[in-house]
Design a protein around this ligand. Structure first.
Ligand code: HEM
Length: 559
């Protein structure tokens, strides 16, 4: 009687799986045809070779496929855990070393990956921890130079998901040279002349925001929701001269906010396993929310193109109306980039406004200090002094904003970069990082590292951003300046270097303007204490930030 599985059957299967494992290790194939070929066709081709060693065809098929796949897995895991792996000397949890699937699971099921990475750095007491087989999180100060800086690293495969039918959006471009070219129209859209125009828009939308909230004075409003109304309406005006009307109507008729949130949730976890994107989309249509956003975006762009360039909004620059570029970008690609602006700009600015409402309401001394500064600056109301650039010089206002951005950067995820093959590796401070490694600095983790921000790195304490000789800590203790560490070099809520947020100045302008207006014109009363108490625990990482409600009652103070 023939044996079920003899040595002569095992040799071809083991050899093929070892070869295919090497292909996976070296080339990381991601296309569906390549995956089908390597995972289904190759073992299928082995069946006739080994079939004679089996009693039944079914036995041959099952044994071949199962042992082929198992061997590939065993080779993979053994190498990743072995001392021969190039990242072997860096600490990290076993499951992270074995596969990125564990980390993806954490992102997809809990939205608390930022806390996980924070804990890992504490647990291993290390500047570098392994969060994937070929990925590290880094907190060393040199990240601002060696990872994100001008001579830093290109983006990693996390960004592969930002490929649309019309092309790759600016925020997904991994090729540094191409990124520089594509960023040019954006930079023109952020010039000082453009900023003057956006300043008018900020005034317009802030005025509408204050008016609409005054009409609801005494009633409960959710500040998280209203901040998002502001963010979306402002970006609509800025990007497309389009009014989404959320502030005016006090609601989101298009359901755009939910769509954006769902799209971010989907891409937050899928982006960690870019090799599976095609498969997941094919099997589960994992792109549904993005497709809906695309439809809404296309309608906005159609209306914008039909209306023509009445104003020099961001789209005017993206579409290159002034003809600066030798090759004009397509309307479709500009539409994608314009939508990116709305998605990247609306929710992030709103997030920080919500965080500020939370922190200042739970620390009334900070709120009072801020109000004193604003009242002093605007004794006759904000309209009397319309130059928003002056708000950049208000020390306490900016200290509060920086502190909120430090503790809860709206882009909560790590900004993945990659040491490309053929570069010979990269030094980050004293650490050698081999080729083929994904390097992710997580602003949330870097900003809470006591080597960069101390004392009380986990506490909201705006004073750390002020320049003084002595400081009174929230604990009541007094420290001198030499005991304070505030490392501005690694302050990265907007990222750093050539891929720094292109909307940083606009974002700061809006945030300052809204915060000044709210503090100047309203008394704020917490309407549901429980929501405020659980606010921090309801913060979830979805690339950006998913946050809970902040129900407040506003009373008009003075106009
Ligand atoms: C508080 C508000 C904001 C924060 C915290 C923020 C944060 C960031 C961060 C961290 C990045 C880098 C992301 C990465 O490399 O994956 C980024 C990129 C970007 N942001 Fe912002 N952002 C804000 C507001 C805005 C606004 C208002 C706009 C639009 C006008 C905008 C447009 C963009 C774009 C287009 C990119 C991609 C830049 C590039 O690839 O060159 N952001 N932002």
């Amino acid at each position: 009687m023939k044996l079920l599985f003899t040595q002569s059957a095992a040799i071809p299967i083991a050899t093929a799986s070892l070869l295919v494992y090497q292909i996976f290790k070296r080339y990381e194939p991601q296309s569906i045809p390549a995956l089908l070929l390597l995972l289904l066709v190759v073992p299928g081709a082995l069946v006739p070779i080994v079939q004679t060693h089996f009693i039944t065809l079914l036995g041959a098929v099952l044994t071949t496929y199962i042992s082929y796949w198992s061997l590939i897995l065993i080779f993979t895991v053994a190498y990743r855990l072995s001392p021969f792996h190039p990242l072997a000397k860096y600490p990290g949890p076993l499951l992270c070393k074995i596969s990125k699937i564990w980390f993806t699971y954490l992102v997809g099921t809990g939205g608390k990956a930022h806390l996980y990475v924070y804990d890992l750095h504490k647990r291993y007491n290390s500047d570098i921890v392994r969060i994937g087989p070929n990925e590290i999180s880094v907190t060393h100060a040199d990240l601002s130079n060696a990872v994100l800086g001008v001579k830093g690293l290109p983006r990693g495969p996390y960004y592969n998901t930002r490929t649309h039918e019309a092309g790759v959006s600016l925020d997904g471009l991994r090729d540094q040279a191409l990124h520089t070219v594509r960023r040019r129209p954006w930079s023109r859209g952020m010039s000082s002349t453009s900023m003057k125009y956006y300043e008018e828009l900020v005034h317009l939308v802030v005025r509408e925001f204050v008016t609409s909230l005054s009409q609801r004075a005494g009633k409960v409003v959710d500040f998280t929701e209203w901040a998002t109304f502001f963010g979306v309406d402002f970006m609509g005006h800025m990007a497309f001269t389009h009014d989404y009307g959320m502030i005016k109507n006090g609601r989101d008729d298009l359901g755009l906010i939910n769509l954006i949130e769902n799209a971010m949730i989907d891409s937050a976890w899928i982006s960690h396993i870019p090799w599976a994107v095609n498969l997941l989309q094919y099997l589960f249509g994992a792109n549904k929310s993005w497709n809906r956003i695309k439809i809404v975006g296309e309608q906005t762009v159609k209306a914008r193109v039909a209306a023509g360039s009445r104003e020099k909004d961001l789209f005017y620059h993206l579409i290159d109306e002034e003809g600066h570029e030798s090759v004009r970008p397509t309307v479709e690609l500009c539409a994608v980039d314009g939508q990116v602006a709305v998605i990247a700009g609306a929710d992030t600015a709103a997030t920080i406004l919500g965080h500020l409402c939370y922190f200042l309401q739970t620390n009334s001394t900070y709120f009072d200090r801020l109000r004193n500064e604003v009242d002093e600056k605007y004794p006759h109301g904000i309209e009397s002094n319309a130059d928003l650039a002056q708000q950049a010089t208000m020390p306490y206002l900016n200290a509060c904003i920086n502190e909120a951005l430090r503790l809860f950067p709206p882009v909560l995820t790590g900004l993945q970069r990659r040491v490309e093959e053929g570069t010979g590796g990269r030094m980050i401070g004293p650490y050698f990082i081999p080729e083929g490694t994904q390097v992710s600095p997580w602003a949330y983790v870097v900003h809470r590292d006591p080597q960069h921000y101390s004392p009380l790195p986990d506490t909201f304490w705006p004073d750390r951003w002020l320049s003084q000789d002595t400081y009174v800590l929230p604990t009541g203790d007094v420290i001198t300046q030499d005991k304070l560490v505030t490392n501005r070099e690694v302050f990265m809520p907007f990222s750093l270097g050539p891929m720094v947020c292109v909307g940083k100045n606009v974002a700061l302008m809006e945030i300052r303007a809204v915060l000044c207006a709210v503090v100047r014109y309203f008394d704020i009363e917490v309407a549901d204490k429980a929501c405020f108490e659980r606010y921090e625990s309801e913060i979830h990482e979805i690339f950006t930030t998913k946050r809970g409600p902040l129900p407040v009652r506003l009373r008009v103070r003075m106009m």
